[in-house]
Design a protein around this ligand. Structure first.
Ligand code: NAP
Length: 297
């Protein structure tokens, strides 16, 4: 029997683990893919208090090592279900625990147009820092108007010959300082008020078709980086938590869900700011609340 099972090894989950381990709790971290969550792909983090600049990979790896040094165990098993009695079922095992912290984050939103699936890894990527180097001196497009798209375009502009930054509106959601930086780059071309309506190619992508109020046209490209935000994937937890209309887990300010002993933290819960700072804040809070409840019972 574990004291706390933490589902997800991103910054929120690993911070919960850190706090629980420091309180001598018996914990297990279950992760479906790899440690680090979304932040591991961030080129640069510049808004974490006390650290002027660090790569997402270094931040995530430091946190992971901190947890491992305290004896934290991570098993790479996707969770399939949580039972009411707090049994956690993975694709391999059943685990019994007194408390559960759900820290499953979000996944990249898909365009949901034909050929998107077909060209993933063959011209389509959702991670510029992971795949950017495949496009040295090539032509790429970044789709989206948030900070991720802007940062991706900056990153790719140092690698690719041409970067098209495509956005469906004429205003970006991301920060002005990134937009100004992009405007200074000769190889970045802004295409606004346009949507991608087709992805074309044979074995790999060779062009996209875009549409605006006046025309449809083909743009030859070698790679398409889709950065249109994220969405949660919480359907498997609906027997123990309530979701909002977008699929995020409803919690109290103290990260309690509707089921006693089950907490939700980080990007996967309803909140107004999804950042590294708020993820680690949630993670520490959930572990502290869970520890207190365990000690009271
Ligand atoms: P985001 O801020 O939600 O932006 C998503 C963008 O994709 C929006 O511009 C949106 O367009 C567009 N979009 C959404 N669905 C679309 C669709 N179906 N077709 C075409 N375009 C679509 O997502 P994000 O950029 O991944 O950022 C997520 C969070 O992480 C944000 O809070 C962001 O500030 C934060 N972040 C911070 C940093 C940093 O601080 N350095 C870096 C990266 C991310 P509309 O604008 O028209 O809605």
């Amino acid at each position: 029997m574990f004291d706390i099972i933490i589902i997800g090894a991103g910054p929120a989950g690993l911070t919960s683990a850190l706090y629980a381990l420091r309180a001598n709790k018996k914990i297990l971290i279950l992760e479906a893919k790899a440690y680090g969550g979304q932040i591991i792909n961030a080129n640069k983090i510049e808004n974490y208090p006390g650290i002027q600049e660090i790569s997402g990979f270094d931040f995530a790896t430091n946190l992971y090592n901190q947890v491992k040094k305290l004896g934290g165990e991570i098993r790479y098993e996707p969770v399939i279900k949580i039972e009411q009695d707090k049994t956690v079922i993975t694709n391999k095992n059943k685990y019994h625990t007194k408390a559960i912290i759900i820290a499953t984050g979000v996944e990249n939103r898909k365009l949901n147009i034909s050929n998107e699936q077909k060209y993933i890894g063959k011209g389509i990527s959702y991670c510029a820092t992971c795949d950017g180097n495949f496009y040295k001196d090539k032509i790429v497009a970044v789709y989206g108007g948030g900070n991720t798209a802007l940062e991706d375009a900056i990153y790719l502009s140092d690698i690719a010959k041409t970067v098209y930054l495509l956005h469906r509106r004429d205003q970006f959601r991301g920060e002005n300082k990134y937009i100004e930086e992009l405007k200074q780059k000769n190889n970045v071309k802004f295409i606004l008020n346009s949507t991608i309506i087709a992805i074309n190619g044979n074995l790999t992508i060779d062009s996209i078709t875009i549409k605006n109020d006046f025309e449809e046209k083909n743009i030859p490209i070698d790679g398409l980086f889709i950065a249109i935000g994220q969405m949660p994937n919480n359907r498997i937890f609906t027997n123990v938590v309530d979701l909002d209309e977008f699929g995020y887990i409803k919690t109290t300010n103290d990260v309690y869900t509707k089921t006693k002993g089950i907490y939700a933290v980080g990007d996967t819960r309803v909140k107004i700011l999804r950042q590294l700072t708020t993820a680690v804040s949630d993670g520490s809070l959930a572990a502290s609340v869970a520890i207190k409840e365990l000690e009271n019972n």
